[in-house]
Design a binder for this molecule. Structure first.
Ligand SMILES: NC(=O)c1ccc[n+]([C@@H]2O[C@H](COP(=O)([O-])OP(=O)(O)OC[C@H]3O[C@@H](n4cnc5c(N)ncnc54)[C@H](OP(=O)(O)O)[C@@H]3O)[C@@H](O)[C@H]2O)c1
Length: 291
Protein backbone atom coordinates (compact mmCIF):
# COMPACT_ATOMS: atom_id res chain seq x y z
CA UNK A 1 0.00 0.00 0.00
CA UNK A 2 1.43 3.34 -1.07
CA UNK A 3 0.65 5.86 1.68
CA UNK A 4 1.04 9.61 1.32
CA UNK A 5 1.10 11.39 4.68
CA UNK A 6 0.61 15.15 4.92
CA UNK A 7 1.52 17.10 8.06
CA UNK A 8 4.28 14.55 8.68
CA UNK A 9 6.12 16.90 11.06
CA UNK A 10 3.22 17.14 13.55
CA UNK A 11 2.72 14.95 16.61
CA UNK A 12 0.28 12.58 14.90
CA UNK A 13 2.30 12.60 11.69
CA UNK A 14 5.47 11.60 13.53
CA UNK A 15 3.66 8.78 15.31
CA UNK A 16 2.24 7.45 12.04
CA UNK A 17 5.75 7.48 10.54
CA UNK A 18 7.17 5.51 13.49
CA UNK A 19 4.54 2.81 13.13
CA UNK A 20 4.18 2.69 9.34
CA UNK A 21 7.91 2.41 8.66
CA UNK A 22 7.87 -0.88 10.58
CA UNK A 23 5.10 -2.29 8.39
CA UNK A 24 6.55 -4.07 5.38
CA UNK A 25 3.32 -3.79 3.36
CA UNK A 26 3.34 0.03 3.57
CA UNK A 27 5.38 2.22 1.20
CA UNK A 28 5.36 5.48 3.10
CA UNK A 29 5.71 8.96 1.57
CA UNK A 30 5.72 11.35 4.56
CA UNK A 31 5.64 15.03 3.63
CA UNK A 32 6.08 17.79 6.17
CA UNK A 33 4.71 21.28 5.62
CA UNK A 34 8.03 22.33 4.07
CA UNK A 35 7.73 19.51 1.52
CA UNK A 36 4.01 19.90 0.81
CA UNK A 37 2.00 22.96 1.72
CA UNK A 38 -1.59 21.73 1.55
CA UNK A 39 -2.84 25.25 0.88
CA UNK A 40 -1.02 25.23 -2.46
CA UNK A 41 -3.61 23.56 -4.70
CA UNK A 42 -1.37 22.97 -7.71
CA UNK A 43 1.38 21.54 -5.49
CA UNK A 44 -1.13 19.16 -3.89
CA UNK A 45 -2.40 17.96 -7.28
CA UNK A 46 1.14 17.61 -8.68
CA UNK A 47 2.31 15.63 -5.65
CA UNK A 48 -0.61 13.19 -5.78
CA UNK A 49 -0.19 12.83 -9.55
CA UNK A 50 3.53 12.01 -9.11
CA UNK A 51 3.35 9.68 -6.11
CA UNK A 52 0.08 7.96 -7.13
CA UNK A 53 -0.74 6.85 -3.59
CA UNK A 54 -3.36 4.25 -2.71
CA UNK A 55 -4.23 6.27 0.38
CA UNK A 56 -3.62 9.79 1.67
CA UNK A 57 -3.71 10.44 5.41
CA UNK A 58 -4.22 14.13 6.03
CA UNK A 59 -2.59 14.81 9.40
CA UNK A 60 -1.87 18.43 8.53
CA UNK A 61 -3.86 21.10 10.32
CA UNK A 62 -3.81 24.54 11.82
CA UNK A 63 -4.12 23.46 15.48
CA UNK A 64 -3.57 26.64 17.54
CA UNK A 65 -7.09 26.79 18.95
CA UNK A 66 -6.77 30.18 20.67
CA UNK A 67 -4.71 31.84 17.95
CA UNK A 68 -7.29 30.81 15.35
CA UNK A 69 -9.76 33.27 16.90
CA UNK A 70 -7.72 36.16 15.48
CA UNK A 71 -5.94 34.27 12.71
CA UNK A 72 -9.23 33.16 11.15
CA UNK A 73 -8.12 33.27 7.55
CA UNK A 74 -5.07 31.06 8.13
CA UNK A 75 -7.11 28.51 10.08
CA UNK A 76 -9.72 28.36 7.32
CA UNK A 77 -7.14 28.22 4.56
CA UNK A 78 -5.36 25.21 6.06
CA UNK A 79 -8.21 23.31 7.71
CA UNK A 80 -10.96 23.92 5.19
CA UNK A 81 -9.29 24.64 1.84
CA UNK A 82 -6.18 22.49 2.38
CA UNK A 83 -8.51 19.56 3.08
CA UNK A 84 -10.58 20.48 0.04
CA UNK A 85 -7.53 20.41 -2.28
CA UNK A 86 -6.42 17.02 -0.95
CA UNK A 87 -9.96 15.67 -1.42
CA UNK A 88 -10.01 16.96 -5.01
CA UNK A 89 -6.68 15.28 -5.75
CA UNK A 90 -7.77 12.02 -4.09
CA UNK A 91 -10.97 11.98 -6.11
CA UNK A 92 -9.17 12.86 -9.36
CA UNK A 93 -6.54 10.11 -8.92
CA UNK A 94 -8.94 7.57 -7.40
CA UNK A 95 -7.24 7.09 -4.05
CA UNK A 96 -8.64 6.78 -0.54
CA UNK A 97 -8.44 9.79 1.77
CA UNK A 98 -8.25 9.50 5.54
CA UNK A 99 -8.95 12.91 7.03
CA UNK A 100 -8.39 13.66 10.72
CA UNK A 101 -10.90 15.79 12.56
CA UNK A 102 -11.78 16.77 16.08
CA UNK A 103 -14.28 16.67 18.96
CA UNK A 104 -14.24 20.49 18.75
CA UNK A 105 -16.73 20.35 15.85
CA UNK A 106 -19.37 19.85 18.58
CA UNK A 107 -20.77 22.51 20.90
CA UNK A 108 -20.39 20.45 24.08
CA UNK A 109 -23.99 20.70 25.22
CA UNK A 110 -24.64 16.96 24.94
CA UNK A 111 -25.11 14.86 28.06
CA UNK A 112 -24.17 11.59 26.33
CA UNK A 113 -21.25 10.64 24.10
CA UNK A 114 -21.50 12.19 20.63
CA UNK A 115 -22.39 9.85 17.80
CA UNK A 116 -20.94 10.15 14.33
CA UNK A 117 -24.13 11.53 12.78
CA UNK A 118 -24.95 14.02 15.52
CA UNK A 119 -25.13 17.54 14.03
CA UNK A 120 -21.95 19.57 14.36
CA UNK A 121 -22.16 23.03 15.89
CA UNK A 122 -18.67 24.41 16.47
CA UNK A 123 -18.18 27.19 19.04
CA UNK A 124 -14.68 28.28 17.98
CA UNK A 125 -12.99 29.34 14.76
CA UNK A 126 -10.80 26.23 14.92
CA UNK A 127 -13.89 24.00 15.30
CA UNK A 128 -15.63 25.83 12.48
CA UNK A 129 -12.63 25.46 10.16
CA UNK A 130 -12.38 21.73 10.92
CA UNK A 131 -16.12 21.23 10.37
CA UNK A 132 -15.83 22.95 7.00
CA UNK A 133 -12.86 20.73 6.09
CA UNK A 134 -14.95 17.65 6.91
CA UNK A 135 -17.78 18.94 4.74
CA UNK A 136 -15.53 19.42 1.71
CA UNK A 137 -13.97 15.98 2.11
CA UNK A 138 -17.41 14.36 2.40
CA UNK A 139 -18.72 16.22 -0.67
CA UNK A 140 -15.69 15.80 -2.93
CA UNK A 141 -13.98 12.48 -2.23
CA UNK A 142 -16.02 9.30 -2.50
CA UNK A 143 -13.46 7.03 -0.82
CA UNK A 144 -13.13 9.01 2.39
CA UNK A 145 -12.64 8.18 6.02
CA UNK A 146 -13.21 11.14 8.34
CA UNK A 147 -11.88 10.23 11.76
CA UNK A 148 -12.62 12.51 14.71
CA UNK A 149 -10.46 12.18 17.78
CA UNK A 150 -9.88 14.17 20.97
CA UNK A 151 -7.29 15.49 23.42
CA UNK A 152 -4.25 14.03 21.61
CA UNK A 153 -0.90 13.64 23.34
CA UNK A 154 2.31 11.98 22.24
CA UNK A 155 6.02 11.81 22.87
CA UNK A 156 6.44 14.57 20.28
CA UNK A 157 5.88 18.30 20.21
CA UNK A 158 3.68 20.48 22.35
CA UNK A 159 0.71 18.82 24.04
CA UNK A 160 -1.13 18.90 27.35
CA UNK A 161 0.86 16.07 28.98
CA UNK A 162 4.15 17.80 28.19
CA UNK A 163 2.87 21.14 29.46
CA UNK A 164 1.73 19.59 32.75
CA UNK A 165 5.03 17.72 33.20
CA UNK A 166 6.92 20.96 32.59
CA UNK A 167 4.81 22.86 35.13
CA UNK A 168 4.95 19.96 37.56
CA UNK A 169 8.74 19.87 37.41
CA UNK A 170 9.23 23.65 37.52
CA UNK A 171 10.44 24.57 41.02
CA UNK A 172 9.15 28.12 40.47
CA UNK A 173 5.54 26.88 40.20
CA UNK A 174 3.93 26.11 43.58
CA UNK A 175 0.68 24.59 42.37
CA UNK A 176 -1.03 23.97 39.07
CA UNK A 177 -4.56 25.28 38.40
CA UNK A 178 -6.50 23.16 35.91
CA UNK A 179 -10.08 23.35 34.66
CA UNK A 180 -12.43 20.76 36.05
CA UNK A 181 -15.58 21.48 34.06
CA UNK A 182 -14.51 20.30 30.61
CA UNK A 183 -14.97 16.59 30.01
CA UNK A 184 -13.41 14.59 27.20
CA UNK A 185 -11.27 11.58 26.35
CA UNK A 186 -7.48 11.94 26.32
CA UNK A 187 -6.02 9.93 23.44
CA UNK A 188 -2.50 8.63 22.93
CA UNK A 189 -1.36 9.13 19.33
CA UNK A 190 0.14 5.62 19.32
CA UNK A 191 -3.26 3.95 19.84
CA UNK A 192 -4.93 6.32 17.42
CA UNK A 193 -2.30 5.87 14.70
CA UNK A 194 -2.43 2.05 15.03
CA UNK A 195 -6.18 2.26 14.46
CA UNK A 196 -5.80 4.52 11.41
CA UNK A 197 -3.35 2.13 9.79
CA UNK A 198 -5.91 -0.68 10.15
CA UNK A 199 -8.84 1.42 8.94
CA UNK A 200 -7.13 2.56 5.73
CA UNK A 201 -6.65 -1.06 4.65
CA UNK A 202 -10.45 -1.41 4.48
CA UNK A 203 -13.18 0.03 2.33
CA UNK A 204 -15.35 0.94 5.30
CA UNK A 205 -15.68 4.55 4.24
CA UNK A 206 -17.50 7.16 6.32
CA UNK A 207 -17.18 9.20 9.51
CA UNK A 208 -15.77 7.67 12.71
CA UNK A 209 -15.16 8.63 16.33
CA UNK A 210 -11.93 7.22 17.70
CA UNK A 211 -10.54 8.09 21.13
CA UNK A 212 -9.22 6.16 24.07
CA UNK A 213 -12.24 4.86 26.02
CA UNK A 214 -13.74 6.49 29.08
CA UNK A 215 -13.76 10.17 29.94
CA UNK A 216 -12.29 12.60 32.41
CA UNK A 217 -11.71 16.30 33.04
CA UNK A 218 -8.44 18.16 32.44
CA UNK A 219 -8.06 18.40 36.24
CA UNK A 220 -8.48 14.64 36.82
CA UNK A 221 -6.23 13.94 33.85
CA UNK A 222 -3.52 16.16 35.36
CA UNK A 223 -3.79 14.38 38.72
CA UNK A 224 -3.22 11.07 36.95
CA UNK A 225 -0.26 12.48 34.97
CA UNK A 226 1.32 13.71 38.20
CA UNK A 227 0.65 10.41 40.00
CA UNK A 228 2.31 8.41 37.21
CA UNK A 229 5.25 10.85 37.03
CA UNK A 230 5.59 10.87 40.86
CA UNK A 231 5.07 14.63 41.00
CA UNK A 232 3.76 15.68 44.42
CA UNK A 233 2.78 19.25 43.48
CA UNK A 234 -0.82 20.30 44.34
CA UNK A 235 -3.32 20.41 41.47
CA UNK A 236 -6.10 22.95 42.04
CA UNK A 237 -9.46 22.48 40.25
CA UNK A 238 -10.82 25.66 38.66
CA UNK A 239 -13.81 26.60 36.55
CA UNK A 240 -13.43 27.52 32.87
CA UNK A 241 -14.82 30.98 33.79
CA UNK A 242 -11.79 31.53 36.08
CA UNK A 243 -9.42 30.70 33.23
CA UNK A 244 -10.45 32.95 30.32
CA UNK A 245 -9.05 31.93 26.93
CA UNK A 246 -9.68 33.51 23.51
CA UNK A 247 -11.45 30.38 22.15
CA UNK A 248 -14.42 28.67 23.76
CA UNK A 249 -14.08 24.92 24.34
CA UNK A 250 -16.92 22.38 24.46
CA UNK A 251 -17.82 21.56 28.09
CA UNK A 252 -18.45 17.94 27.10
CA UNK A 253 -16.92 16.37 24.02
CA UNK A 254 -16.81 12.64 24.66
CA UNK A 255 -16.93 10.73 21.37
CA UNK A 256 -18.94 7.50 21.32
CA UNK A 257 -17.17 4.77 19.35
CA UNK A 258 -20.20 2.65 18.41
CA UNK A 259 -19.45 2.73 14.70
CA UNK A 260 -15.95 1.26 14.88
CA UNK A 261 -17.34 -1.60 16.95
CA UNK A 262 -20.10 -2.18 14.38
CA UNK A 263 -17.39 -2.48 11.72
CA UNK A 264 -15.63 -5.16 13.75
CA UNK A 265 -12.79 -3.07 15.21
CA UNK A 266 -11.74 -3.18 18.85
CA UNK A 267 -12.48 0.05 20.69
CA UNK A 268 -9.31 1.75 21.91
CA UNK A 269 -8.24 0.84 25.46
CA UNK A 270 -9.16 3.13 28.35
CA UNK A 271 -7.46 6.50 28.62
CA UNK A 272 -5.99 5.47 32.01
CA UNK A 273 -4.38 2.33 30.56
CA UNK A 274 -3.13 4.28 27.54
CA UNK A 275 -1.53 6.89 29.80
CA UNK A 276 0.22 4.18 31.83
CA UNK A 277 1.47 2.60 28.59
CA UNK A 278 2.62 6.02 27.36
CA UNK A 279 4.73 6.54 30.49
CA UNK A 280 6.21 3.06 30.10
CA UNK A 281 6.95 3.71 26.43
CA UNK A 282 8.96 6.84 27.07
CA UNK A 283 11.12 4.89 29.54
CA UNK A 284 11.45 1.77 27.41
CA UNK A 285 11.54 0.88 23.74
CA UNK A 286 8.24 1.86 22.15
CA UNK A 287 5.89 -1.12 21.68
CA UNK A 288 5.50 -0.79 17.91
CA UNK A 289 5.45 -4.56 17.37
CA UNK A 290 2.19 -4.65 19.41
CA UNK A 291 0.33 -2.42 16.98
N1 LIG B 1 -3.89 17.96 19.21
C1 LIG B 1 -5.08 17.58 19.62
O1 LIG B 1 -5.39 17.57 20.83
C2 LIG B 1 -6.12 17.15 18.63
C3 LIG B 1 -7.39 16.77 19.08
C4 LIG B 1 -8.35 16.34 18.16
C5 LIG B 1 -8.04 16.33 16.81
N2 LIG B 1 -6.82 16.74 16.39
C6 LIG B 1 -6.54 16.71 14.96
O2 LIG B 1 -5.52 15.76 14.74
C7 LIG B 1 -4.74 16.13 13.60
C8 LIG B 1 -3.26 16.11 13.96
O3 LIG B 1 -3.05 17.08 14.98
P1 LIG B 1 -1.67 17.19 15.76
O4 LIG B 1 -1.98 17.19 17.19
O5 LIG B 1 -0.68 16.22 15.20
O6 LIG B 1 -1.27 18.66 15.35
P2 LIG B 1 0.18 19.32 15.12
O7 LIG B 1 1.18 18.65 15.98
O8 LIG B 1 -0.03 20.78 15.23
O9 LIG B 1 0.50 18.90 13.63
C9 LIG B 1 -0.11 19.54 12.53
C10 LIG B 1 0.93 19.58 11.44
O10 LIG B 1 0.31 20.20 10.30
C11 LIG B 1 1.30 21.04 9.73
N3 LIG B 1 0.73 22.08 8.88
C12 LIG B 1 0.18 23.27 9.25
N4 LIG B 1 -0.15 23.97 8.15
C13 LIG B 1 0.19 23.21 7.09
C14 LIG B 1 0.11 23.39 5.69
N5 LIG B 1 -0.36 24.54 5.16
N6 LIG B 1 0.56 22.41 4.87
C15 LIG B 1 1.06 21.28 5.37
N7 LIG B 1 1.17 21.03 6.69
C16 LIG B 1 0.74 22.00 7.53
C17 LIG B 1 2.02 21.63 10.90
O11 LIG B 1 3.26 22.16 10.48
P3 LIG B 1 3.93 23.39 11.29
O12 LIG B 1 4.20 22.83 12.66
O13 LIG B 1 5.13 23.70 10.49
O14 LIG B 1 2.90 24.46 11.33
C18 LIG B 1 2.16 20.40 11.79
O15 LIG B 1 3.33 19.70 11.49
C19 LIG B 1 -5.29 17.49 13.16
O16 LIG B 1 -6.23 17.28 12.13
C20 LIG B 1 -6.01 18.00 14.39
O17 LIG B 1 -7.05 18.90 14.04
C21 LIG B 1 -5.86 17.14 17.26
Amino acid sequence: MKLLLTGAGGQLGREIINIAKRQSDVELHPLSRRELDVTNRSQVIRTVMTIKPDVIINASAYTSVDQAETDTEDALTVNAHGSQYIAEAAQEYNCKMCHISTDYVFDGRSTRPYEENDPVNPISVYGHSKALGEKYVRQICEKHFIVRTSWLYSAYGANFVHTMLRLGNDPGVESVRVVNDQTGSPTWTFDFACFLLQLIQTEYYGTYHVSNSGSTTWYEFTKEIFRLASIAKPVVPVQTSEFPRPARRPAYSVLGSKKIVEQGFQPLRSWNDALIAYFQSIKEVLPYEDC
